[in-house]
Ligand binder design. Structure first.
Ligand code: ATP
Ligand code: MG
Length: 246
């Protein structure tokens, strides 16, 4: 569904992403995991067309998309949930959801999809007239997922959907994401916790300093192996104290 090859992202002289290659197969949840500043958001933003790549190829369902405008990429079936959620706090919940369908002409189908969102996220129904800013963090995360789904995407990119949420709420969000995967939607999820990624993803990529350090299937990789790649430790210099806070 998504193929990225040799992606480079630059901000003036800063090389944020240096030769990242990754692949997301149809109907998979792939997690992109790495520490602060590793280049996770830069990778996602550049796939979505929000920051043009300095070099590299990006293909969505076999067609090149690198450097295209975000609207064009969205029209080809990619939807992005950015870091920090970006609920429009002054707009009502209903308006926030419908923003996701702005590009669509099929008004009747939009209405049907809107109904479906209220069935998938029942708490939204009673809150339709509430300003988005009044929802809790977990509710806002679900709201932006609903908004992203209103474009009928084939691929959703989510940037740290669990950020700032209580552990139980994080579980709810990941239950939703796995449910979407089971419906055939493909997901690329940025996550900071290796453990959470291994638990919820199908495959994982560890990124550090703009480069992929490790990739593999979540059922085959161990927490320890993944953490080593995350922190850049090799087996011999591994220091348990440094990992104690993790
Ligand atoms: N708009 C920007 N202008 C200049 N530098 C940037 C910009 N966005 C990111 N960077 C830099 O690029 C590098 C990668 O940042 P990026 O946001 O992609 O990392 P990240 O893995 O998403 O980190 P975090 O976990 O903190 O979200 C960092 O050094 C960051 O300071
Ligand atoms: Mg980020």
């Amino acid at each position: 569904m998504l193929e990225v090859e040799g992606l480079h992202v630059r901000y003036r002289r800063l090389r944020a992403v240096r030769g990242v290659s990754l692949r997301v197969g149809e109907g998979e949840i792939v997690c992109l995991v790495g520490p602060n500043g590793a280049g996770k958001s830069s990778t996602l933003r550049s796939i979505a067309g929000l920051h043009p790549p300095a070099a590299g190829e990006i293909r969505l369902a076999g067609r090149p998309i690198a450097g295209l405008a975000p609207e064009t990429i969205a029209r080809r079936g990619l939807s992005m949930v950015p870091e920090g959620r970006h609920v429009f706090t002054q707009l009502t919940v209903e308006e926030n959801i419908l923003l996701g369908s702005q590009m669509r002409r099929d008004r009747r189908q939009v209405r049907a999809d809107f109904e479906r969102m209220l069935e998938s996220f029942p708490f939204l129904r009673a809150r339709l007239a509430t300003p988005g800013g009044k929802l809790s963090g977990g509710e806002q995360q679900q709201l932006v997922i609903a908004r992203a789904l209103m474009t009928r995407p084939r691929l959703i990119l989510l940037d740290e959907p669990s950020l700032g949420l209580a552990p139980m709420v994080v579980d709810t969000v990941y239950d939703i994401l796995r449910g979407l995967r089971d419906e055939g939607i493909t997901l690329l999820v940025v996550e900071q916790s290796t453990h959470r990624a291994l638990e919820n993803g199908d495959r994982i990529y560890i990124i550090r300093s703009g480069q992929i350090e490790l990739e593999g299937s979540c059922s085959e990789l161990t927490d320890e192996r993944v953490e080593q790649a995350y922190f850049g430790f090799n087996q011999t210099t591994d220091d348990a104290d440094d990992r104690a806070h993790f």
